[in-house]
Design a protein around this ligand. Structure first.
Ligand code: TRP
Length: 394
């Protein structure tokens, strides 16, 4: 494809071949530096080391807080429009890594309202997905002391009043310019809801550095929120962002979308299904015949099986390097590489599913992760709602 082929990246549509560098210029974000990469706590994380998280806004605020052992938060959410696939859960595992190594407070909003407004689905269907997605998120294994899960419709007592206050700072012109003309007034308002999500740790627990790790398509939400946060009416700082490229779909590099024709690897897939999906559908950077492959070698950079290992499923840098070079020199065949990737993905899913099955009733499990009455009162108070208002906080 020639350079400068048109592409669009907004929260509601991702099309064309994405030029990640050009996006940074358009969005005004910065590339991650080696020095920043090295400052991640513990053993680091493959998503950071391998530059899947490739850009940021004000990341140093959070890295400084991590280094100093100061309070800081992370917000990563989910739009519950269907079953979750491996691309959906990866940010949550990243959040857990940070929580384990830096004591990060993790906030997880579920935007069931957004997905109802965006998709052709009944509230009941979105609600089913919300429940199933929550079990998957709980299976990741967050520390309930340091994690809050918020569902827009179920926690409307907090979310809605704060969103109302924030929405007054967001003009329709801004929404149109940032997202393209929204198809209905609900989605016009939604940026105020997502801004609420991103500022919630600070409304609940006071001013603190907050990191939002997201794929680049969600960056417009961060920009809108940062503008609102800058108004100085509230005692909050602008949330920082850690921006990632998209996990490749089975069809090749690009966004792993649940809606194109090829299947995604679902969190509920068993080992056999994972093998079948990868062997049959994963785009291969190998040659058409074994003889040719042995002679000329394959191209790992566009090979989905390799990319799965590289992006997330093979922790060890040397192993990943060795696989790449064996593939390039032709000693590792495409089918062998696929089998290897499938094993790793299936191992990961097996552990995830075991934790999911060990969970009890959703409502019981969720309880420890919900905002407490005091936290609700505090959040509303910081947004300017007096304690004795009619907002129900129990
Ligand atoms: N809008 C996101 C999506 O469509 C989901 C989401 C809601 C989110 N709130 C968030 C993501 C806060 C990151 C941070 O997938």
């Amino acid at each position: 494809m020639p350079a400068n082929t048109p592409f669009t990246v907004t929260p509601y549509s991702v099309e064309g071949r994405i030029d990640y560098q050009q996006l940074l210029e358009e969005f005004g974000a910065d590339e991650l530096t080696d020095e920043q990469r090295k400052r991640f706590p513990g053993p680091g994380h493959p998503l950071v080391r391998r530059q899947i998280f490739y850009a940021h806004r004000e990341l140093d605020r959070i890295l400084d807080a991590v280094a100093a052992g100061e309070q800081h938060a992370l917000v990563t959410g989910r739009g519950p429009s269907g079953p979750m696939h491996i691309g959906h859960i990866i940010p949550f595992y990243f959040a857990r890594y940070l929580q384990q190594h830096a004591g990060t407070d993790v906030y997880i909003p579920l935007s069931d309202d957004e997905k109802y407004l965006l998709k052709e689905q009944s509230p009941a269907s979105i609600s089913e997905h919300t429940r199933a997605n929550l079990l998957d998120i709980l299976a990741v294994g967050f520390d309930p002391e340091r994690t809050r899960i918020v569902v827009d419709s179920a926690d409307a007592d907090v979310v809605y009043p704060i969103a109302t206050v924030l929405s007054k700072e967001i003009t329709q012109a801004t929404v149109d310019a940032t997202y393209g003309d929204p198809p209905n007034v609900g989605l016009s308002f939604y940026p105020a809801i997502q801004a609420t999500h991103l500022l919630l740790p600070q409304f609940v627990d006071g001013r603190q550095p907050t990191l939002v790790p997201i794929a680049v398509d969600q960056d417009p939400h961060v920009r809108v929120c940062r503008d609102v946060a800058a108004k100085e009416r509230y005692d909050v700082e602008k949330p920082g962002a850690l921006l990632s490229k998209f996990l490749p779909g089975l069809g090749g590099p690009g966004k792993m979308s649940s809606s194109d024709d090829l299947p995604s690897i679902l969190l509920s897939d068993d080992r056999e299904t994972v093998h079948e999906k990868i062997q049959r559908h994963a785009y291969s950077g190998g040659r058409t015949s074994v003889t040719e492959h042995r002679k000329k070698g394959g191209n790992p950079e566009i090979d989905v099986a390799y990319l799965l290992l590289y992006y997330f499923f093979e922790d060890d840098d040397e192993t990943v390097e060795r696989i790449a070079s064996e593939y390039r020199n032709g000693s590792l065949l495409s089918g062998e590489l696929k089998a290897r990737a499938a094993e790793k993905v299936a191992d990961f899913l097996e552990r995830h599913q075991q934790r999911r099955h060990a969970l009890g009733l959703l409502t019981d499990e969720l309880e420890a992760y919900r905002l407490t009455p005091e936290e609700r009162t505090r959040a509303l108070g910081r947004a300017g709602y007096p304690e004795r208002s009619l907002c129900r906080t129990t």
